[in-house]
Design a protein around this ligand. Structure first.
Ligand code: 26V
Length: 783
């Protein structure tokens, strides 16, 4: 290992050890690790080819992979060798790992799920490719300036990326606009190259390696020499810059669908390149396109790649000469669609005008698909094109062999709400696959103390068979085990506290406090404002009776708001304002501290989750499709305070109701409550704590220099309150006090935490991928 690192430092990086920077060392180690993936990578490809196996293609606008070096080292089982080699080379392992920038090619849950699934497909030996976009700039970097979110560009590609292989020979010309002659001959008005960059994705033990193929947009014409020679330098490079714009930046809004032309271009760009690549690979091995559904399964990660359906039909008809009905049947047998949200404002739809201008042939194909479906289902009342819009959810549904939701509750809601009619027509099509998370990253590597303890008791079989964690249960009767479990948590908290106290002004975190954590995108439906309101009420109660024996708490928040989501940004501002006042209050600040940690990303999650005591999963029932952070927390021994929403329901069923703090209305109760006029005002009237906390917000207690600053938030909660913060407040308060009591009994708390770990094995992404293989893809694993 030492030689391999040294060789790369000299011959790939071109530095001597004396001149090497931390980044040089990190690059050298990364290249040495990447080398060790190569043979298994080639072998996996060969095995798939020789077996004539079905391949799975996961199409996703987002792959939120985070750092890759530690993941590679852990999965290849090379930790000891690498850390020894680095020590001999005078380098610090942890520093080298931490030098890598996060690949933040995703917004949140949907993108992180795609990353976990790729890793699990490799662990299981499922022949698979991830297809996405190689964004030059990932999700923006969040700074907090005077309590407010400020967005800065993210620049991960400004330094060389160790993990990818550029494939200039694998490129496709992707057209836009133009016109259609004779009904089928599309002549695009402009085009760009989609060029492939491949990253190997190694599974546990490095036995199988799949490929993440990301497309980068390149100009078909490099630049205009005539204009350059005339001295028009900027104009000469214009078309080049325009082409590259397509893969320039990840859209940071995961709430509202805005119908932006560039976004549609991105979607078609990567979907079309992927479909062509899939067909090319298929045809290099098989001759009959009618075999496509037998040899290929394509998963659409939400509707973002939905245009892949019409594109596949177009290629099969217009270029391969199949007739329309057959092409449609083949496409429908090959495609599947995962829905990740029921929020109406996030359901993608495109104005027909824009769509037809950019993709004229596809719009005509969509009409034919829609008509064919309507003809076969005469009772259908809805259609893909509706009120001048093209609805991508409907399109995805009718083009898919299987449609799935991401938790049991969410799947049932799909059936009864957005897809009620289509479900009636195709009752076998919707299936559930509850999300999962990879135990390699989200336990083994992010929580060494706990994973080492588990290894001492159970060995390492659980790493790719997570339900083996059940075998921890007998150890709960051993006081030494519980002590060690508690010690691991405390040490994780101490590490985090040290780091936060160094980096967060005004914060004094003490590992003896309960670490109460809410980390996720900032959204009204996720209700960070419910949490901060309860924090305010708690602070007020503590001030009233400072000696009442309160359980000391640290309230931790982190998450990004979409740049245009004004209310979410106000919530961030309020949290920071409350933190400032509360942390400085000498009466209470030994009992209560608040922090908003900037720039939440995968790496920060890896630091926070192992140190959490309490996991906040408090969305309005029916709104959070699944959640996956909730699973990571439970696995790492945090107890959940949560509503009956998304996968919380299944977590509670598995860890046991007595080890989960439930509160709030159910989905049905939410709908009923919302129908009551003045529901919020009534709730405020009925709860004096809530009224008092809201008054403090409204009257400028946290913004003395601008007393009206947070009035909007207070008015929203006591007025329209669509997400029912006021109506759920009293029960949330009650549950939080129950948490206080439980935490005060340290021994019992540890037991319940350990039960969460022991009973969370089902939430492995390996289990989820097996579900997809069996119920959706009909594919075999080759390990
Ligand atoms: C939507 C949109 C709308 C168009 C503009 C850009 C954009 C980008 C991302 C999204 C995705 C929103 C859906 C989403 O992330 N859903 C989350 O999926 C997780 C994985 O299934 C699940 O755990 C979360 O509950 C769900 O909110």
């Amino acid at each position: 290992m030492k030689d391999a690192i040294g060789r790369h430092l000299s011959y790939s990086i071109g530095k001597t050890p004396g001149a090497a920077t931390l980044r040089d060392w990190r690059m050298a180690v990364s290249l040495a690790i990447r080398d060790r993936m190569a043979d298994a990578w080639f072998a996996s490809t060969r095995r798939t080819y020789e077996a004539g196996a079905k391949r799975v293609y996961y199409l996703s606008m987002e792959f939120l992979v985070g750092r890759l070096l530690e993941d590679g080292i852990v999965n290849l089982r090379l930790e000891e060798r690498v850390s020894e080699a680095l020590a001999e080379l005078g380098q610090d392992y942890a520093e080298v790992i931490a030098d890598e920038p996060d690949a933040a090619l995703g917004n949140g849950g949907l993108g992180r799920l795609a990353a976990c699934y790729l890793e699990s497909m490799s662990t299981l030996g499922c022949p698979a490719y991830g297809y996405g976009i190689r964004y030059e700039h990932g999700l923006f970097r969040q700074q907090i300036v005077d309590g407010r979110q400020v967005e800065r560009p993210e620049t991960w590609l400004q330094q060389p990326h160790a993990w990818e292989f550029e494939r200039p020979e694998s490129r496709y010309e992707i057209g836009f606009g133009g016109s259609v002659r004779d009904g089928t001959v599309w002549t695009p008005g402009e085009s760009v190259w989609a060029e492939a960059f491949d990253t190997p994705v190694a599974g546990w033990n490095g036995r199988w390696v799949n490929t993440l193929r990301l497309w980068s947009a390149k100009p078909t014409e490099p630049f205009d020499l005539d204009r350059f020679n005339r001295g028009e330098y900027a104009a000469a490079a214009e078309s080049e810059a325009l082409a590259r714009t397509i893969s320039r930046v990840l859209y940071p809004d995961d709430t509202t669908e805005q119908g932006k032309e560039l976004r549609l271009k991105q979607e078609y760009f990567f979907s079309a390149a992927s479909i062509r690549d899939i067909l090319r690979r298929f045809e290099s091995q098989f001759s009959d396109l009618r075999q496509l559904p037998e040899k290929v399964a394509i998963q659409l990660n939400d509707t973002h790649p939905a245009i892949a359906g019409p594109e596949l039909v177009r290629l099969l008809c217009d270029e391969k000469g199949l007739d329309f009905d057959e092409a449609l049947q083949i496409a429908q047998g090959t495609l599947n669609y995962t829905n990740h949200t029921l929020l109406p404002e996030a359901l993608e739809h495109w104005p027909e005008g824009l769509f037809g201008r950019l993709l004229p042939r596809h719009l005509a194909i969509i009409d034919r698909i829609d008509h064919a479906h309507a003809k076969a289902n005469p009772s259908r009342t809805s259609s893909v094109r509706d009120h001048g819009q093209v609805k991508m959810g409907e399109l995805s549904f009718i083009m898919a062999n299987r449609v799935n939701g991401v938790s049991a509750l969410h799947t049932e809601l799909m059936k009864s709400t957005v897809f009620a009619e289509l479900h009636r027509l195709h009752p076998e099509r919707i299936v559930n696959q509850t999300n999962g998370v990879t135990p390699r990253r989200w336990l083994l590597s992010c929580n060494r103390r706990l994973s080492t303890l588990i290894e001492e008791r159970l060995g390492l079989g659980w790493v790719d068979d997570l339900e083996q964690l059940h075998d921890l249960e007998p150890h709960l009767d051993d006081p030494a085990f519980l002590d060690a479990y508690a010690a691991a948590k405390t040490a994780n908290k101490a590490d985090l506290a040290d780091w936060m106290n160094r980096t967060q002004e005004g914060l004094t975190a003490d590992p003896a406090m309960m670490f109460d954590v809410q980390i996720k995108r900032i959204h009204e439906y996720k209700r960070q404002h419910l949490n901060i309101l309860e924090t305010i009420a708690l602070w007020q109660a503590m001030r009233d009776a400072p000696n009442a024996g309160w359980t000391p708490r640290l309230k931790l928040f982190a998450g990004k708001a979409a740049p245009g989501y004004v209310f979410a940004k106000e919530i961030i501002h309020l949290i920071n304002a409350v933190a400032k006042v509360v942390n400085a209050d000498k009466i209470t600040n030994k009992m209560l501290q608040v922090a908003f940690l900037p720039n939440y990303n995968v790496s920060l999650a890896e630091k926070l989750i192992p140190a959490a005591d309490l996991s906040e999963q408090i969305s309005t029932a029916g709104k959070e499709a699944s959640g996956t952070g909730n699973m990571k927390f439970a696995l790492n021994g945090a107890l959940t305070i949560g509503t009956l929403d998304g996968a919380n329901v299944e977590i509670r069923d598995r860890v046991g109701a007595e080890n989960f703090f439930l509160f709030g209305m159910t989905t049905d109760e939410v709908d009923q409550r919302r129908a009551i006029p003045d529901h919020a005002a009534k709730a405020v009237e009925a709860d004096s704590r809530l009224a008092r906390a809201l008054a403090a917000v409204r009257d400028g207690r946290f913004s003395p220099e601008d007393p009206g600053l947070f009035r909007g938030i207070a008015d929203n909660i006591s007025g329209p309150d669509y997400f029912l913060v006021a109506s759920d407040f009293s029960d949330y308060w009650r549950a939080q006090r129950e948490v206080d009591g439980a935490f005060a009994n340290a021994g019992d708390w540890t037991r319940r935490a350990a039960l969460n770990t022991a009973r969370s094995g089902w939430f492995s992404s390996d289990r989820a991928i097996r579900g997809y293989l069996d119920d959706i893809w009909g594919a075999e694993t080759l390990l």
